[in-house]
Design a protein around this ligand. Structure first.
Ligand code: SF4
Length: 433
């Protein structure tokens, strides 16, 4: 039987920052006996005449509008559609208006049951994945990524979940308090099978889950002499010895959610702990001094945020010579604590903004308190444009704080060029079209 896996984009266009989606590789690995095709709209056009026995779509809130259109087209051609991912997990009834079945939560286990039921003509409407199931049977089929235009990194996963619960983040709503890691032998074998010269990217929501797990991972990575990057919470910088271990194990870039310079905003988002490692300047020095680049992320729109605080945040990112940065308008996604709060306060401009035909990427979704909505939109875009101006890229790439190495130069240059292209490509783009 033929199975098509689809990752929709925000709309019908290609992205320059596409990376191979691990979720699709997991589904492919757990569909023995199926003839599997995979189409990634971020990297290629979707075929218009595909007629498999079953189509499975991975859906995020930003891609929901487009995913529903793709799903409707498959169903018009007589192809049953199933959906999974964050958005259908949070809003299964909405997804079921465009799908024959949804998976709520992790795919493993639920996906196999769904395929078995489909084979015997007994497809149910909902399948519940267990977000407590140990990751002992983690499998990935990477052959489905072959030939697609992806960024030059290899994605790997050690664990799932995060021990924090920032109010804007969906991770806690999805995984609850569960923290799970894979057995190390399977992960290390997988890494050893990947091209030795490629940067590894740990997609874990926060690689610093349990310290004991992180230390075990670092010990296993060190002899491999690989270079890698990861998403990690800032409290890792409290521990100088741990940073030394990360450096020795090959860490070359960390994605850190600084989010705000304003303690009041940090408290409001449930991230007051972001200050436990001392000043942000100290954190930057501790990482840069070890040759570890920083991809900083920031969010604007909390009640204490103003146009001035946005400008100060941009100055910090520039003066700190962050290798890469992302400035985001506060985005209430369904089922997050933030969404529920803003909905309760009557401040959402369009409660189902992800389906709103007038919503453009970058638009304000709610009424901020410290500025007008259009000031928030303009301030975010201005920060992105200034951080990725040619002058700023040149300064940060050629005169950064990390000691020069061809690898760091290459990684930072590619990262900046891709980010610059994407901010102009996405801004003001209607979702779904
Ligand atoms: S630390 Fe990061 S992954 Fe964890 S809840 Fe906060 S934003 Fe989400």
């Amino acid at each position: 039987m033929r199975l098509t896996l689809v990752r929709p984009n925000l709309g019908d266009y290609r992205s320059s920052d596409a990376m191979p989606p691990l979720a699709m590789g997991i589904l492919a690995a757990r569909a023995p006996g199926w003839d599997v095709s995979f189409f990634d709209e971020k990297a290629e056009e979707l075929p218009e005449d595909d007629r498999p026995d079953l189509a499975a779509l991975s859906v995020e809130t930003f891609t929901a509008h487009r995913a529903y259109a793709v799903a409707d087209a498959y169903r018009t051609r007589g192809v049953p559609v199933v959906m999974g991912g964050y958005h259908p997990t949070f809003l299964p009834d909405e997804a079921l208006q465009h799908a024959d079945a949804v998976i709520v939560g992790d795919a493993e286990g639920a996906w196999e049951r769904l395929l078995d039921d489909f084979r015997v003509g007994r497809l149910q409407r909902r399948y519940g994945g267990g977000n407590e199931t140990p990751l002992t049977d983690y499998r990935l089929e990477r052959s489905i990524y072959r030939g697609k235009r992806y960024a030059p990194v290899e994605l790997v996963q050690f664990g799932r979940g995060c021990r924090f619960a920032c109010d804007f983040c969906s991770i806690h709503s999805f995984y609850g308090t569960s923290l799970r890691v894979r057995p190390l032998d399977g992960l290390i074998s997988e890494i050893e099978s990947l091209p030795a010269n490629r940067l590894l990217f740990f997609v874990d929501d926060n690689l610093f889950g349990r310290k004991s797990d992180l230390l075990a991972l670092l010990a296993a990575l060190e002899p491999l002499h690989r270079r890698w990057c990861c998403q990690i919470s800032i409290d890792v910088a409290r521990d100088e010895a741990l940073l030394d271990r990360m450096q020795a194990a090959g860490c070359r870039l960390v994605i850190i959610g600084f989010e705000s310079l304003n303690p009041e905003s940090l408290e409001q988002m449930g991230k007051g702990w972001n200050q436990v490692s001392g000043s942000y300047q100290r954190v930057v020095r501790a990482l840069h001094g070890r040759g570890i680049g920083i991809y900083g992320t920031f969010v604007f729109g909390y009640d204490a945020d103003t146009r001035d605080s946005m400008a100060r945040t941009l100055d910090f990112a520039l003066e700190s010579r962050l290798e890469i940065a992302n400035f985001n308008p506060l985005t209430p996604t369904p089922c997050s604590a933030l969404y529920d709060r803003l909905l309760g306060e009557g401040r959402l401009l369009s409660p189902q903004w992800w389906l709103d035909p007038g919503y453009r990427y970058g638009d304000a979704i709610f009424a901020p308190r410290g500025m007008r909505a259009d000031e928030l939109v303009d301030g975010v875009f201005e920060a992105r444009k200034r951080f990725y101006s040619w002058r700023s890229i040149g300064l940060r790439v050629l005169d950064g704080e990390v000691p020069f190495s061809p690898f760091h130069l290459g990684m930072t240059t590619v990262g900046n060029l891709i980010s610059r292209r994407e901010i102009y490509k996405k801004q003001h783009r209607l979702l779904g079209t």
